[in-house]
Design a protein around this ligand. Sequence first.
Ligand code: ZN
Length: 460
Amino acid sequence: MRTLFIAFSIAALPAAAQLVRGEYPETRRSLEFHLNELASDAMGGRLPGTEQGDRAAKYIQTQFEEAGLEGLFDGEFTQLVNIPEKGILPEAGNYVNIGAVGIALRTAYWPHILSDNREVEGPLTWLGYATPSEVAKAKKGRIAVIVADIPAKKVKKLGKLASLTERIEAARRHGAQAIILLQPVNGSPKLDLLRRMRPIGMPVVTVHDLDACTNLKKKAKKSAKASIGVHVVPQTTTAPNVGAWVNRGAPETIVIGAHYDHVGWGAWGSRMPEAEGQVHNGADDNASGTSAMMELARKISHTPGFEHVNFAFLAFTGEESGLLGSREFVSRMPSKMGKVKAMVNLDMVGRLNRSDSLRVYGVHTALEFKEMLESIPAEGFYWDLRNEIFGRSDHAPFISAGIPAVFFFTGLHEDYHAPGDDIEKIDIDGLAEVVAKVDHFISLLGQASPLSVQTPNDAR
Ligand SMILES: [Zn+2]
């Protein structure tokens, strides 16, 4: 699942009856096999654009082939997706000079994610926190100096307007031609903000050096002259979505998807920056969902019947970088699939024992989903059916495109986006149970008449 920073809490439900252990021996064996491959150290945390990420994609393709599935993309199994990587920051074109005195790139300041590649010179102006009243008094055409971190008291008063992005935008609207943010810290910060620049048409930098911050405040109050240049060279890599299908020649298709990428060695996307360099194996996130999806592909390809619907199986890349693989897939869906009847997303389904509940988001995206899910017996766990969409995984682009979709999830935990998300902590019997329930749900979907699509307001 895409990076999320929240406090973890375990739902206070009464204890469910014990799950029957070892109930699905064949499924269990397949799942264990896949997990041992995908979540191994040799897969290096499945970072897109790396040899290890490609190895994971090849493994998935081989499984599809061995299960007798057809490549989804005109017979091919892969669809390439562009994924932004950290930009390059050359010395040339990057500078902040106050009068004739320069501030050091990287050690004292970094370009901000909102910056454009531009060069600007002019007088500084002091905007404090750039609150609406401070911004209203700003002189136009100047380089605005703004304190980045705002006190809690002001946040309470300003609400949404207190966010740094809002304050930067406000300064821009009031005629600032460049922005210098002050965010003093001890030591030099390690930033990875250059992966996905969102330029707003002017240079924006963040100064972290304590002395430089103090000096800038003083000089800005005196309208000293300054010059500032930003030059970030964007970089991208490519990685494949892996897709296969059981083509029954039917006019509609059910899509079952799971992202296979994760955050590699934690250079970005980790909740524990101090753990950079350690493999973030992502056994739950999302070797669990990928393994379940591959097992469903094997089962369905061997199940006769369902002549009136096709099944497509997708292992998405670039989920952790912003649902890039699923967005790309939705924007270029193979026309042979016909109408997509529904999408089922499996992301982090390996810890059913954590709360004894299997959560499903997006239940209201088709009128029939709730009844279908409630008709499936929950043995040893509780259904936790939610109408919310929870937009941070691969079902979201499908919902935005008007396709009903549900997201199966066994909950967040302390190893989320950390090196401890290991195979030993996967509840393999629980995962086999999830596969059985999703299999049941898919068969209900396959038999159902056309679904009544609900267009949610909160689809993102
Ligand atoms: Zn994730």
